[in-house]
Design a binder for this molecule. Structure first.
Ligand code: PLP
Length: 442
């Protein structure tokens, strides 16, 4: 394809995308197919010679789309929203065209510098303390784009683990790292996302899963009591994961109470606000951030609730040197002469190669402005409250937990099995898509 042909196909693709999104509500939300549906529809072997673009696009509509779950559909109510918008799509198109691999400042300076600047913008937008921002230059903090909230949690746990072991080696130089590792223990609430369990498993550290209160919020006294017991048993607390906007019911752990406990025991406090953190761009929704000054790290996903496509998970740390200490390896072929004056994001996460993801965020923030994004979040909250009021008016249903942000947990009054039946028939209809949550015994 030459550039003239690309221009023509590009126009057709943009028309197809705009048409897809304009008319998405005419489609079923979920596909009506069985596993393995695609194999008989496609050739067993790849084509030896290039095919026409028209043929490929015809197959998109006739073979691929019937197997797509339409996350942008207005009647898709499962999981959390999957952010998207035209500015984000266009920003990502440009990033694809530039096609740089921005692992270090030298590998593509604008890729690194825009990421740092946009993360500072967003840090200010959600009201993070200044210590988390990369500027002024004397600051030790800073933000980075990771691939997912799971990665943010894992990376923060690795940093906390490395930091604690380094500290322990100073006071116990004779102890082997493996022996110290076997004593480390992390904490989270029963309502934390499963990625915390996965992170602890991958890092070979113990994890204590704690009971939240009746509002599904982890409280400081529960943590303090457990940590004291664990210390008595010879274990070493090193990491606490809190959630601001839990997956099942959007509850918020009480970081104002938990923070001082972490400070007392010199433990890394991470706040996972994958969904809820987006709402903090509205000052009136920042109540759950009280205590954020105690956090060592914080993450949220604009790809959930801020009109930005996956992948875009933002993570800030108060002390970037504590993060990078756990992750730096520096082979000669990746070194450059500006490393003292610049950020090399390859030291902030697991992958070496990184896409130019800051572009789409920059497009989104500039096209909507802070006020446009606030309006979007407030509209989600308004709709959730409206839906809650409709459910409350109908005595066949109950609302199961306080409604926070855009999430309403509701059920039929009656047994769990009748609720499962209702959910299955809703999903089988293809007209709506929803997922279950389990709260207490319901
Ligand atoms: N943390 C919370 C609170 C979540 O709700 C989710 C997903 O819904 C995750 C983490 C995992 O997010 P990711 O898919 O970005 O790893």
């Amino acid at each position: 394809m030459n550039s003239e042909e690309f221009r023509q196909r590009g126009r057709e693709m943009v028309d197809y995308i705009a048409g897809y999104l304009d008319n998405i509500s005419d489609r079923r939300v979920t596909p009506n197919i069985e596993p393995g549906y695609l194999r008989p529809l496609l050739p067993e072997d790849p084509p030896l010679e290039g095919e026409s673009f028209n043929d490929i696009m015809a197959d998109v509509e006739s073979k691929i789309m019937p197997g797509v779950t339409h996350w942008q559909h207005p009647r898709f109510h499962a999981y959390f929203p999957s952010g998207n918008s035209y500015p984000s799509i266009l920003g990502d198109m440009l990033s694809d065209a530039i096609g740089c691999i921005g692992f270090s400042w030298a590998a593509s300076p604008a890729c690194t510098e825009l990421e740092t600047i946009v993360l500072d913008w967003l840090g200010k937008m959600v009201g993070l303390p200044e210590a988390f921002l990369a500027f002024p230059e004397t600051s030790k903090g800073g933000g980075v784009i990771q691939g997912s909230a799971s990665e943010c949690v894992f990376v923060s746990l690795l940093a906390a683990r490395a930091h604690k072991i380094r500290e322990l080696k100073i006071s116990h130089p004779e102890e082997d790292e493996g022996a110290l590792l076997s004593k480390l223990i992390a904490y989270c609430s029963k309502e934390a996302h499963s990625c915390v369990e996965k992170a602890a498993m991958m890092a070979f550290t113990k994890l204590r899963i704690l009971e939240p209160d009746e509002n599904h919020s982890l409280r400081g006294d529960v943590l303090a009591e457990q940590m004291a017991q664990d210390k008595e048993m010879g274990l070493i607390p090193f990491y606490v994961e809190t959630t601001l906007g839990t997956t099942s019911c959007c509850s918020f752990d009480n970081i104002k109470e938990i923070g001082p406990v972490c400070e007392k025991y010199d433990v890394w406090l991470h706040c996972d606000a994958a969904y809820g953190g987006n709402s903090f761009i509205c000052p009136e929704l920042r109540g759950p951030m009280a205590g954020i000054e105690y956090a060592s790290s914080f993450n949220f996903n604009p790809n959930k609730f801020m009109l930005t496509n996956f992948d875009c998970s933002l993570m800030w740390v108060r002390d970037r040197f504590r993060l990078t200490q756990a992750l730096v390896v520096d082979p000669l072929y990746l070194q450059h002469s500006y490393s003292e004056q610049s950020i090399d994001y390859r030291h902030w996460g697991i992958p070496l190669s990184r896409r130019f993801r800051a572009l789409k965020l920059w497009f989104v923030i500039r096209c909507y402005g802070v006020q446009g994004l606030q309006k979007y979040v407030r509209e989600h909250c308004r709709l959730a409250k409206l839906f809650e009021s409709l459910v409350l008016k109908d005595d066949r249903f109950e609302v199961c937990s306080p409604v926070h942000l855009g999430l309403v947990c509701f059920r039929l009054n009656g047994s769990n099995s009748v609720n499962q039946k209702l959910l299955s028939s809703i999903n089988a209809s293809g007209r709506l898509h929803m997922v279950p949550a389990s709260l207490g015994d319901k």
